[in-house]
Design a protein around this ligand. Structure first.
Ligand code: C2E
Ligand code: MG
Ligand code: MG
Ligand code: MG
Length: 277
């Protein structure tokens, strides 16, 4: 046990908590330098239509630190948000993704959608929309087709406040996708008057559609509802052929998951586009 004197009593940390604390401080410090040290990179996961043709890609961020190893975005993005690093990292991601993909699109003379994840804090930041417009102007191209993914929980908490930004996004032809749908308890009545173009059914629903008839029923309802509201419906985390067959029968529009492809480096994406599954 490690004791620390605070005011008039001693506080005891277990060694494990102490180590976790050190690790967290280490991560925070390393993250400060991650951008300048070129440790932040992007990979792209293909999204296909029911004919297995490429429809788009989702940019997914990776952080590889020489001392700490590979750290998942699920760990470091919340830390980046808390320590104020997210606007810089977010702007970097937006720039890099558009630069990578517009170059590839010109090379292949092919248009496809680029989806970019935007975190809660990033989206409500005043200069988010300006940063987005800067990128759109910088990488303007006839092939470019941008979608912003925001998670369902962010969306529910801020829908009224965000309405003006959604409207401005529409004016720039940027689409909006609701990520991790089904995990955030949005009320169905809210969905009917928001400008959502795409619904991403969360992987946790897709996981059990082959053996659980309740999950199958849920997914079927989400697909029907989304399509009736004029949205494109995408299933995320598709891992087996059986899942694809069930989803196709239910009329799902788009598919993303390891069955088709893991997230790829830009070079590997180019190969994939040349010969998709
Ligand atoms: P997400 O946006 O829901 O992304 C899907 C996650 O599921 C990705 O994990 C992807 O690699 C993984 N995945 C895709 N297909 C399969 C599959 O068939 N099986 C399994 N087991 N996993 C699959 P990743 O890349 O670790 O990202 C995790 C989360 O981190 C993302 O969830 C997103 O919320 C966040 N994130 C990733 N990149 C960014 C980014 O650039 N900006 C922001 N703000 N958040 C990001
Ligand atoms: Mg996403
Ligand atoms: Mg998702
Ligand atoms: Mg997710």
């Amino acid at each position: 046990l490690i004791a620390k004197k605070s005011k008039n009593c001693y506080v005891f940390f277990s060694k494990r908590i102490h180590l976790q604390l050190i690790k967290k401080i280490e991560i925070e410090q390393a993250l400060q330098n991650a951008l300048v040290k070129n440790e932040i990179t992007l990979v792209y996961q293909p999204q296909l239509n029911a004919q297995h043709e490429l429809y788009g890609v989702e940019a997914l961020v990776r952080w590889n630190n020489e001392k700490l190893g590979i750290i998942s975005p699920e760990i470091f993005i919340p830390i980046a948000e808390k320590t104020g690093l997210m606007p810089a990292i977010g702007a970097y991601i937006m720039n890099k993704a558009m630069a990578d993909i517009s170059t590839l699109q010109y090379k292949m003379k092919k248009s496809f959608k680029l989806s970019i994840n935007v975190s809660a804090r990033q989206f409500v930041q005043l200069n988010f929309f300006e940063a987005l417009c800067d990128c759109l102007n910088c990488y303007k191209s006839p092939y470019m087709d941008i979608t912003i993914e925001i998670t369902e929980s962010l969306f529910i908490e801020n829908v009224q406040r965000l309405r003006p930004i959604f409207k401005k996004m529409k004016e720039q032809n940027v689409s909006l996708s609701l990520d991790d749908f089904g995990t955030g308890y949005s009320s169905l009545s809210m969905l009917k008057n928001v400008p959502i173009d795409e619904l991403k059914i969360d992987k946790s629903f897709i996981d059990f559609i082959t053996d659980n008839k309740n999950d199958r029923a849920m997914v079927e309802s989400i697909i029907t509802m989304g399509k009736n509201l004029g949205m494109t419906v995408l299933a995320e985390g598709v891992e087996t052929e059986k899942q694809v067959t069930i989803l196709k029968n239910k009329g799902c529009d788009l598919y993303q998951g390891y069955y088709f492809s893991k997230p790829l480096t830009l070079d590997a994406l180019e190969v994939f586009i040349g010969n998709p599954r």
